[in-house]
Design a protein around this ligand. Structure first.
Ligand code: DAH
Length: 352
């Protein structure tokens, strides 16, 4: 009978050589099954020790057991070494270069110049204690004209000037109808501004059929033209610069008495003239630029809301109305009003 210890040594050397060369943990697992698994030769030899002649059992059992333990330890060491190497390789391959720029920022867009101008105006008046209200763009003739003291023959009532949606309803031609609606809703004192869209049958370089206004209304006891002037001076300085002055010129509006047009001192020149002595193109040499209409609320308007707490013998008010396009176009030198509505990116991207 041949010597099993010889075979055990052969198996051990063969297995050791294969384990040393195993390229990865999967290959090692295969070798473990091949040399140490349930059906492998070495464990079988161990299991067969009992059948050997007594003088061989000790030496064969010891040799086989040592071989098995040695191989198990070797596999364990190699698995640990390979796992460490594989982890290192993965870490090296997955390395993040934290010095690379992040994902490029997505463009988030910007406010349209009219929106940013409206917000700027709102901010100024909120700071002066006014609240912001909005109203319907389709309104009754009653609010748009009648309650604002427009004569039956007022030209703005014509269908050639105003969009009628019914005999008694129009696309509002100004934000002023909200004066009466607001007074119906809230008793005095009342300090509001009303931004919004308005509509007129007009279309050229300085008129578009739809545009935007901000109405203002302040009603309280003893509200005078001086309060109006101070309020509008604060507004003009906030929007056009600290050096600005305002002046009031007599004018006519049906719903204010007295009525004024309000000019701001030109912010493009000094007294109408440029540094080189030429005439200022913005104010046309006037030194003043018209920015809005205003006045003291006509008592006839208060008569429409007398039962809501507006007794013209007890309270007074001032009102004003400005075009948002006009403010934006003066401030930013926009040459044609239609540019606000054409959505040309070359224009839009210059603002906001
Ligand atoms: N509603 C007038 C317009 O559209 C502007 C205006 C003038 C509003 C005088 C007012 C005001 O509140 O007092 O032309």
């Amino acid at each position: 009978m041949n010597d099993p210890t010889q075979r055990i040594s052969e198996l051990r050397s063969e297995a050791e050589a294969a384990i040393a060369e195993a390229p990865d943990t999967a290959a090692l697992e295969e070798l473990r099954v091949r040399y140490l698994g349930r059906k492998a030769e070495l464990p079988n030899l161990l299991r067969g020790v009992a059948e050997l002649p007594p003088e061989q059992r000790g030496i064969v059992g010891r040799t086989a057991n040592e071989a098995r333990k040695g191989l198990e330890a070797l596999v364990g060491d190699r698995v640990a070494a390979l796992e460490a190497a594989e982890l290192d390789a993965r870490l090296a391959a997955d390395r993040v270069d934290v010095t690379l720029p992040g994902a490029p920022p997505q463009p988030v867009g910007r406010h349209h110049l009219l929106s940013s101008t409206r917000r700027e105006i709102e901010d100024v008046f909120l700071g002066l204690g006014f609240s912001v209200m909005e109203g319907p763009e389709v309104d009754l003739v009653h609010y748009n004209f009648d309650a604002l003291n427009h004569a039956e023959t007022h030209p703005a009532r014509n269908r050639s000037d105003t969009f009628y949606v019914a005999d008694e309803a129009v696309l509002r031609t100004h934000t002023s109808p909200m004066q009466v609606r607001a007074m119906e809703l809230y008793p005095p004192p009342l300090y509001i501004i009303v931004p919004g869209r308005v509509y007129r049958r007009d279309s050229d370089a300085t008129h578009t059929p739809q545009f935007h206004q901000v109405e203002g209304l302040a009603v309280d006891e003893d509200v005078t033209l001086a309060d109006l002037k101070g309020t509008l001076l604060a507004f003009a300085r906030a929007v056009f610069g600290d050096e600005r002055d305002v002046r009031l010129r007599p004018h006519f509006f049906p719903f204010t008495e007295p009525s004024v047009e309000v000019d701001v001192s030109c912010f493009n020149c000094t007294g109408g003239f440029m540094r080189d002595g030429s005439r200022c193109p913005l104010c046309k040499g006037e030194g003043w630029i018209e920015i809005l209409g205003a006045g003291e609320v006509d008592p006839n308007v208060f008569e429409y809301v007398r039962e809501h707490g507006y007794d013209p013998d007890r309270i007074q008010g001032f009102a004003f109305g400005m075009g948002i396009e006009r403010i934006a176009f003066l401030k930013h030198g926009v040459p044609d009003l239609r540019m606000f509505f054409e959505n040309d990116l070359r224009f839009l991207e210059q603002f906001g």
